[in-house]
Design a protein around this ligand. Structure first.
Ligand SMILES: *Cc1c(COP(=O)(O)O)cnc(C)c1O
Length: 495
């Protein structure tokens, strides 16, 4: 009994009293507000070391909160890509709504268990409502269902596994089964194929058209060819908003081919999906409603913080068959009508993810989300036109909010490699780069809800300054390249 009492005294340190809680909250809250106030002035990218953090060890005794906050402030929230910033235009930015952070605080404090309805009917209802809402956006029937995941990677995994299980692809027939996608699919698709054993299937890279979309004629021919050769085409993966260029594959035409050949049609709309909310964008996504599964990332184009993806499956039986398992110790939970999130995905215990979408959607209403998405579309068009006027070579006209550009150079990528380096060194705005068909391209991805006209103009100024530096540097050598650099320099100076 003495030991129990001793231990209780120590263990109770895990529950700060009301005064301590308020003091910690106040300090954390002040930090967050300061961070958000400073955000517009903060660079998009900064390099540095995390030495102090490395030397902080977990000890028996606790440390003061302000000491830990200091480490966060200088060693975590400063270095690297500032992904909360509107000056983040690399990869696919997120942003992170503060109102979602409030929801996370609430969800974590009450610690509702959102895995099974029996444990928290309210939390599960919120999760399922969010799934039904997203399913309705893409035009799925009411019988569709899905699962809130940690992001697009796991969501794609769940969808691909559902396709595998629905078409009963297993060790007996995998080597004759065929999957179609383009080289522009996100690399998480390859991870998912690996995890599901489908990397052993026949993988067909369907050629791209000049807009980096899936060439549907080539797809049709390839499928026909494979059928004639006794193979089993069962899955086609399209992307609605590729990471490299924001291209949307011709979904309706892919749906026709999938339907005619009894294939599962999966759409990875992790980045692009929510643009369907913008009035005249529906057409671009025509055919998505005919798919068997769709992935979207609320932590991208719904602006909630990282840790939020969704998989939507048209046929809920296919989802449940692929995921539901029973266990003796779970027996009290069975027999309810609501679909348990635990039966619709690989996870059992998990964060109550629905709340971080539900709260902002209800608090702000849908209108500002739609406005932000349409604003990004127009900002990207503006950026694309301006950067072209400056003399940069540009890729295909952006379908969504990714524009690619490069210094025009015919042989190799040296100037552009130099430009990427300079832009990263500068850091005011963060851009990333990619290679398509041997050419190095810089990408401008406008996705953060904090990116507005001011940030785009700042980005254009910064690009111009650094491009001028690169072009001037290159003048020294007497070559073709030097000549094109001079021509580019004149153009960029004139704008
Ligand atoms: C971001 C992205 C993914 C991966 O999603 P995560 O949320 O990063 O796991 C997959 N596909 C596409 C098209 C994406 O843009």
């Amino acid at each position: 009994m003495t030991r129990i009492e001793e231990l209780e005294k120590m263990a109770r340190n895990l529950e700060p009293d009301s005064g301590q809680r308020q003091s910690i909250s106040k300090e954390a809250d002040a930090y967050v507000h300061q961070f958000l106030e400073n955000l517009p002035q903060m660079p998009g990218y900064q390099t540095g070391e995390v030495n102090r953090l490395k030397s902080v060890e977990i000890s028996e005794e606790g440390k003061p909160f302000d000491e830990l906050m200091g480490i966060l402030k200088y060693e975590v929230d400063k270095m690297g890509i500032n992904s909360a910033s509107g000056n983040h235009m690399g990869y696919i930015p997120g942003g992170g709504l503060w109102t979602s952070a409030v929801a996370d605080m609430l969800a974590a404090s009450t610690n509702r268990y959102a895995g099974i309805a029996y444990s928290s009917p309210g939390a599960v209802e919120i999760e399922n409502q969010m799934i039904r809402w997203m399913a309705s956006i893409i035009g799925y029937p009411e019988a569709a269902h899905g699962n809130l995941t940690s992001g697009g990677s796991i969501a794609n995994l769940v969808a691909i596994k559902a396709a595998r299980d629905f078409h009963q692809v297993n060790s007996d027939n995998v080597k004759k089964s065929v999957i179609y996608f383009t080289e522009q699919v996100h690399h998480c698709i390859h991870k998912a194929l690996n995890t599901t054993g489908l990397h052993e299937a026949v993988l067909r890279a369907v050629p791209l058209n000049e807009n980096y979309q899936m060439d549907v004629c080539a797809l049709k021919e390839q499928v026909q060819h494979d059928v004639e050769h006794g193979l089993n085409p069962f899955l086609v993966i399209a992307t609605a908003g590729t990471t490299d260029t924001g291209a949307v594959d011709p979904l309706d035409e892919v749906a026709n081919i999938a339907e005619a050949n009894d294939m599962w049609f999966h759409v990875d709309a992790a980045y692009g999906g929510f643009f369907i909310l913008v009035g005249d964008m529906k057409n671009k996504f025509k055919g998505i409603e005919r798919s068997h599964s769709v992935v979207m990332d609320p932590h991208k184009t719904l602006f909630v913080p990282y840790g939020s993806g969704v998989v939507l499956i048209r046929d809920r039986e296919a989802l449940l068959t692929s995921n539901a398992h029973t266990a003796a110790y779970m027996k009290d939970a069975y027999g309810l009508d609501d679909i348990d999130p635990a039966d619709a995905g690989p996870e059992l215990s998990r964060h109550f993810r629905g709340l971080r979408m539900w709260l902002p959607l209800h608090l702000h209403g849908l209108a500002p989300f739609k406005a932000a998405l349409e604003e990004k579309l127009l900002l990207c068009r503006y950026f694309y036109e301006e950067i072209g006027t400056m003399g940069f070579e540009t890729g295909a006209s952006p379908e969504l909010t990714v524009a690619i550009f490069r210094i025009p150079e015919n042989n190799g990528n040296t100037l552009n490699e130099q430009l990427v380096k300079e832009l990263h060194k500068d850091g005011r705005v963060f851009f990333s780069s990619t290679t398509i068909g041997g050419k190095l391209w810089l990408r401008c991805a406008i996705v953060s809800f904090r990116t507005h006209l001011r940030e785009i103009d700042g980005a254009l100024t910064m690009i111009r300054e650094n491009a001028l530096k690169v072009a001037t540097l290159d003048r020294s050598t007497n070559s073709d390249k030097a000549q094109s650099a001079v021509r580019f320099e004149i153009l960029i100076k004139e704008t």
